[in-house]
Write a protein that binds this ligand. Sequence first.
Ligand code: AHG
Ligand code: MN
Ligand code: MN
Length: 335
Amino acid sequence: MSHTNQTLGEFIIENQASFKYTSGELSRLINSIRLAAKVVNHEVNKAGLVDIIGAAGDTNIQGEDQQKLDVYANTKFIQTMTNRNIVCGIASEEEDDFISINSQDKNHQNKYVVLIDPLDGSSNIDVNVSVGTIFSVYRRVTPVGTPVTMEDFLQKGDQQVAAGYVIYGTSTMLVYTTGDGVNGFTLNPAIGSFYLSHPNMQFPETGRIYSVNEGNYTHFPQGIKDYIKYCQMEEGDRPYTSRYIGSLVSDFHRNMIKGGIYMYPKSSQNSKGKLRLLYECNPMAFLAEQANGLASDGFQRIMEIQPTQLHERVPFICGSKNMVRKAEEFMRLAP
Ligand code: AHG
Ligand code: MN
Ligand code: MN
């Protein structure tokens, strides 16, 4: 079948046999994410029309203002997965603790836990700039039929069985991997179906875009400052061009298509940077590696870090292989 008219639903069925575990459970899980994505997309796109934008008044566990759409997206994704009885546990950037599903039911055989950043780039909602949803899926490590525990969520990123994001942009896309490359699907809003538009997505080995919040420059480690200066130097294919949206999903998506590097380093103010290992960095790292890119904290592979807390943060450098390697070189010289 030509990729131009293959829907996400058809793609999932066709590729189910290539999943490591073929119970169909993971397919149902991706299907439920597809459904929630459509619902949230509908809401995001009318954000300018109705009074849904603006802070909800609550702050999340990281002490940041929660936007109304964060709450909406959080509820929709959790509801969709809970109601359809698809996973045994969910952890969300917007929830203090993980949620155990059907923990009293011994017949409950679901094997997967999901971690989500329901709305990424939320500070961009009010200004009509693309936002996204990030998700990450693991097989539980505790026995099926028992309540999930923290151990099921604190797994290294290299244990992920699936990860992806939805980008609510000029068009809405769902991009995901189950460990066999990365594929991108674009929503046809007239029909309400996602179509395979970007099969086998790959980061170019090297790119010409660097994405970092340079407002924090004076607080960055010397290695990052030196790498930024290197990006700006007139030599060979440099200077590179600077692009920073402030929505990780959008910055990553552009860099994957065009070639580039995204950095959220530690700073003298935040010793672990800003991004969350479990909800943001691990899923993006899995996608990056599946798309011929790399993701590092400056010294080691993101996906080899042993998490110790649900909401922990980590410095994040991600993108085209040669660029990430170069940034690591600078970090080693001046950590
Ligand atoms: P979230 O909206 O889920 O809190 O994530 C925002 C993140 C990420 O998407 C983005 O790249 C980064 O924060 C931007 O941070 P700065 O505004 O500090 O650059
Ligand atoms: Mn985020
Ligand atoms: Mn968020």
